[in-house]
Design a protein around this ligand. Structure first.
Ligand code: ATP
Ligand code: MG
Length: 420
């Protein structure tokens, strides 16, 4: 048997309802916040990610699915959504349109990581991006959007952690302080951290190795090095969040894994997801477009991992309570009524009533068994007598009662009851 590649998952119909619930909440929130949907290619030129996401990020260093296509171009399956949206924003001249530009996406993303619970090689994200606004209002809007989304999913035990990682200017002094602090411990730290030490010492704070974490706990904090502008920005974001009723904790260890962030960074975490506790992360990335060789445009956004949301929702019992739309089963007792059931099913579907009929030449008993097993809400029984009278026996599977209904009134009868 051919099996699925390591780190991928099948979503089967029984689980798909939960995915649809999350996607519906994402789209509903987007509409309320007036974000339009954007769809970009699954693969891009590799350079987009090496320039956009950044050479010192884990993603670019070791997690990308990169290959040469038949034309010898280096192609990469998108490891995240932001870089593709930034490219589309520039390439389609959206900067000339109404600002801020606000877009959301529901995508699959690919990272070559060690598969484990909550960490896959193909995973899915819901993300939102806001371009053109440098004001703290934009940060607060994005964070309250993310907060509202998680609440809409019924999650109660997620906490919001926020931090500021300053701008290029104030980070210079901070990097020096970090280097001074980590230098004596460097020999005991992992190889990645030794590289980070040279290239981007702040990334050491995001290391997942237990041994390195020992040293990061007491490291100098960026918040103590913020310049006046960055500090004022952070203070405003916090006060707007408080005004919006969004609860947060300032956590100086949040630095995020990607190179493009500046100023505000945040994560929503939950203990329910086990070791991979971050369900949603985001922040401001005012230097992203500049990194891609364009004029700087301020931007802020977030991305949530759908698989991790599912883990947390399941653990919190917030998962879809089986509220799938009801459906009917049209049961023909003999050859003639089986045909009537088949054509009647098309008519009912045309009226928006989900229904099924026998496709396997089953006996009446077997059809009832199937209707029961597949959780039909109503079984519409058609036999010789019913056809002669122009009626059907409609059996309510919830309370086992049955009623005779005229065929011409069937649509109306069912549409009033199917969702009850
Ligand atoms: P982590 O620190 O857990 O590796 P990250 O900082 O790499 O996360 P982001 O790039 O910010 O994650 O992606 C946003 C969200 O996407 C994460 O918070 C997480 O919920 C989800 N995510 C990231 N990588 C994976 C993965 N390999 N499998 C499943 N979900 C993922
Ligand atoms: Mg990661």
């Amino acid at each position: 048997m051919i099996v699925r590649p390591k780190g991928t998952k099948d979503v089967l119909p029984a689980e798909a309802g939960l995915w649809q619930q999350i996607e519906a909440a994402a789209r509903q929130m987007a509409e309320e916040y007036a974000f339009g949907e954007i769809r970009t290619p699954v693969f891009e030129y590799t350079e987009l990610f090496s320039r956009g996401v950044g050479e010192t990020s884990d993603i670019v260093n070791k997690e990308m699915y990169t290959f040469l296509d038949k034309g010898n171009r280096s192609i990469t399956l998108r490891p995240e959504g932001t870089a593709g949206v930034a490219r589309a924003f520039l390439e389609n001249g959206l900067m000339g349109g109404a600002m801020p530009f606000k877009a959301y996406y529901l995508i699959s993303a690919f990272r070559y990581e060690r598969p484990q619970a909550g960490r896959l090689r193909e995973f899915h994200q819901f993300g939102a991006e806001l371009y053109g606004a440098a004001e703290p209002f934009a940060d607060a809007e994005i964070i309250s959007y993310a907060d509202g989304f998680l609440k809409r999913l019924g999650l109660k035990k997620v906490s919001l952690l926020i931090n500021s990682i300053g701008c290029k200017e104030c980070r210079k002094k901070y990097h020096e302080a970090l280097k001074e602090y980590f230098r004596p411990h460097l020999d005991e730290m992992c190889g990645d951290c030794r590289t980070r030490f040279e290239k981007n010492p702040m990334r050491i704070l995001d290391c997942k190795e237990e041994n390195c974490k020992k040293y990061t706990a007491c490291a100098p904090k960026m918040l103590d090095y913020l310049c006046d502008d960055c500090r004022a920005h952070f203070e405003s974001v916090k006060s707007l969040l408080t005004a919006a009723g969004v609860q947060y904790t300032v956590d100086p260890s949040i630095v995020r894994g990607l190179d493009y962030y500046s100023r505000t960074v945040f994560e929503f975490t939950s203990d329910a997801a086990g070791a991979q506790g971050t369900v949603l992360g985001g922040g401001r990335y005012d230097t992203l477009l500049e990194q891609m060789g364009e004029k700087p445009v301020p931007a802020v956004g977030f991305a949530a991992g759908i698989e991790r949301l599912i883990m947390v929702m399941t653990a919190e019992n917030a998962a879809f309570g089986g509220k799938r739309r009801g459906k009917c089963y049209l049961l023909g007792m003999d050859e003639t009524s089986r045909k009537t059931a088949f054509t009647l099913a098309q008519k009912l579907r045309g009226a928006g009533i989900p229904c099924e009929t026998d496709l396997m030449n089953r006996s009446v008993k077997a059809q009832f068994k199937y209707a029961d097993k597949s959780e039909a809400r109503f079984v519409v029984v058609l036999g010789e007598r019913e056809l002669a009278e122009g009626t059907a026996q409609v059996k309510d599977m919830k309370n086992s009662s049955a009623e005779s209904v005229k065929l011409e009134e069937l649509c109306q009868y069912l549409s009033g009851r199917i969702d009850l």
